[in-house]
Design a protein around this ligand. Structure first.
Ligand code: SF4
Ligand code: SF4
Length: 377
């Protein structure tokens, strides 16, 4: 049975500001006892995609940064590049522009922002993993220099994993492009010779020179390719093919493999997971490859949860969202998940199963679905 600590979203005075409550939550979850006074702390968050409006607000991250500093430790706000190199968060530079637009900067956060996998998402190390599906994962080399991860997650829905919480913020949010690629695709791209018109755009675009021309057709070396998708985005005739995974359970297992491999490398006891059940959208930022959007939240603000157990904190988050009434006019309301207790995630995403993901998270050894919810007042 794992402890999940909770502060609710209600504030009646400055003493009950959610900023103060977040500090109290980190206290009660034991953060002062689990990070060392000189530890380098990776404060992991997601800074939103262009045109989304419901990402985690920067002042919560600032509060966590200041809290870590008070403990004498050294915080850095960390993220990784998005999967597609040509997408709006595809390089470190582009992601930092989005971050700035959304109010995330060294000045607002009080700490440096580090896009851990480097400008192109190439600065990664390969780590072996005996997972359900993946045999190895790529981890940003700079992440390996940190002593602790403070995993700050805006909890929300997701088309494939059904929910997007602490597990996904690690298993997708902290890994390199190559692993992100193999979470979404079965194989690296290959050239459909019949379609290729020899324009050479892919050769010019590939950052690792994995493609060259032979007899007027593109030839791709999959051993050099790291799955940045740039050639697939640029090709005017869609001649670069790979098999997109459409089975949600297959994607869920791959996310779990990546999460397990990463936490095994960093240390399972080197993470505190903080889930923000505020402005809970049914869509995830990462589902927007180009330009995004945010919908009405599906339930009223609930509060903030914290746990050392990454499975318990996500299970408690799902339970609390399902226990809440749907906001009239929201997507949850429209699909009929109106009353407290209705399984909103199941009704929003009937083709996928959140319980399958959590059961397998337990099986691989990430944590426990059994939890005690400790409400802090
Ligand atoms: S971009 Fe497409 S059409 Fe052009 S050379 Fe590459 S594979 Fe062929
Ligand atoms: S060949 Fe691979 S590395 Fe090169 S652009 Fe295509 S996906 Fe990216």
């Amino acid at each position: 049975m794992s402890n999940v600590f909770m502060v609710d979203a209600r504030s009646r005075s400055s003493e009950e500001s959610l900023v103060r409550k977040l500090e109290l939550l980190m206290d009660r979850a034991g953060l002062p006892h689990i990070i060392g006074s000189s530890d380098r702390v990776a404060v992991k968050t997601h800074m939103g995609a262009p045109l989304t409006t419901r990402y985690l607000r920067s002042f919560y991250v600032r509060t966590a940064v200041d809290y870590v500093k008070k403990l004498g430790a050294k915080p850095t706000v960390v993220e990784t590049t998005g999967l597609g190199l040509l997408d709006p968060r595809g390089t470190a530079k582009k992601y930092l522009e989005v971050a700035l637009m959304h109010g995330f900067s060294k000045e607002t956060l009080g700490a440096e922002i580090l896009i851990m996998d480097g400008e192109l998402g190439l600065d990664c190390a390969k780590v072996e993993v005996k997972g359900f599906k993946l045999k190895e994962i790529s981890i940003p080399k700079t992440l390996l220099e940190f002593d602790f991860i403070l995993n700050l997650t805006h909890f929300k829905g997701h088309e494939m994993t059904v929910f997007s919480g602490a597990i996904k913020n690690i298993g997708v949010g902290c890994v390199g492009k190559e692993t992100k690629y193999f979470i979404h695709y079965l194989n690296k791209p290959s050239v459909d010779i019949a379609l290729c018109n020899g324009c050479g755009e892919c050769v010019k675009t590939c950052p690792v020179k994995a493609i060259h021309m032979v007899n007027g057709k593109a030839v791709l070396n999959q051993d050099v390719c790291y799955g940045c998708k740039a050639c697939q985005t640029i090709c005017p005739v869609k001649a670069l093919k790979s098999t997109r995974i459409t089975d949600p359970s297959e994607i869920q297992l791959r996310v779990l493999d990546a999460t397990y491999g990463l936490l095994k490398t960093i240390g399972f006891n080197k993470v505190l997971n903080v889930n923000f059940l505020l402005e809970v959208d049914w869509k995830c930022d990462c589902e927007h490859q180009q330009l995004g959007w945010s919908d009405l939240p599906i339930v009223p603000d609930i509060g903030i949860l914290a746990s050392k157990d990454i499975v318990a904190v996500d299970k408690a988050s799902i339970d609390l969202v399902n226990a809440a009434p749907a906001i009239p006019g929201s997507q949850a309301y429209e699909v009929g998940a109106i009353n407290p207790g209705s399984d909103k995630f199941k009704m929003l995403y009937p083709k996928a199963d959140w319980m399958f993901m959590l059961k397998n998270a337990e099986e691989i050894g990430l944590g426990s679905m059994n939890y005690t919810l400790i409400k802090i007042r």
